[in-house]
Design a protein around this ligand. Structure first.
Ligand code: ATP
Ligand code: MG
Length: 179
């Protein structure tokens, strides 16, 4: 697992106002120019676990990457670290799975993990209809959205803290995460 800072990239650090924090707080969102290379499924799960430690509650994580790039695998790591006991499977057909976290391992205020798959071109109306949007930005909830790139504008508009993770298939075993 290789991790390195890509501080040489520009214009991808941002600040946004988060009304949920009482109006005057400014919180940093999204893209920190970090790169992670994983060389196996297990390493991606380990990366998901590590990433989960940085979550506070209220974040939406947008996962962007080709078929089979490892989005669900990454979610498995996040869920495991947050204390979800269920086996994580892709929500491709049910569109959204909601997991209640009873015994959080690392952060006490995260109680719900929501896993959404927007592969079938789910738009905002669809997400609203399935009740997904009401979880976005909830302070005790983490939402992970596969194929979630199209939600970036929505999150910005609604001042929802989001993190974007782009995954590239380098070869059969190697994946590059930019986050
Ligand atoms: N470094 C790696 N990281 C993650 N998965 C890997 C890696 N190397 C091989 N794989 C394999 O690639 C596949 C990734 O599948 P996964 O379901 O996580 O992808 P996905 O991005 O969610 O796909 P989909 O777009 O269909 O939802 C698994 O079969 C996994 O074992
Ligand atoms: Mg998937």
């Amino acid at each position: 697992m290789i991790m390195r800072d890509r501080g040489d990239c520009v214009a991808t650090r941002g600040f946004t106002r988060n009304d949920k924090l009482g109006g005057s707080a400014f919180v940093r969102v999204l893209f920190n120019n970090m790169k992670m290379i994983t060389n196996s499924t297990q390493e991606t799960i380990a990366f998901g676990k590590k990433f989960a430690k940085t979550l506070k509650g209220g974040e939406v994580v947008l996962l962007i990457g080709d078929l089979g790039s490892g989005k669900t695998t990454f979610v498995k790591g996040v869920a495991s670290e947050l204390g979800v006991k269920n086996t994580i499977t892709s929500p491709t057909f049910v569109l959204m799975k909601v997991y209640k976290i009873k015994n959080i391992k690392i952060k006490k205020n995260i109680k719900v993990l929501v896993h959404i798959d927007a592969y079938r071109g789910l738009d905002l109306n669809d997400l609203e209809n399935i009740g997904a949007l009401e979880y976005f930005g909830e302070h005790d909830t983490i939402c992970l959205v596969e194929w979630g790139g199209a939600l970036e504008d929505y999150c910005r508009k609604k001042k929802i803290i989001f993190k974007k993770i782009s995954i590239k298939n380098i070869n059969q075993k190697t994946r590059e995460f930019i986050y």
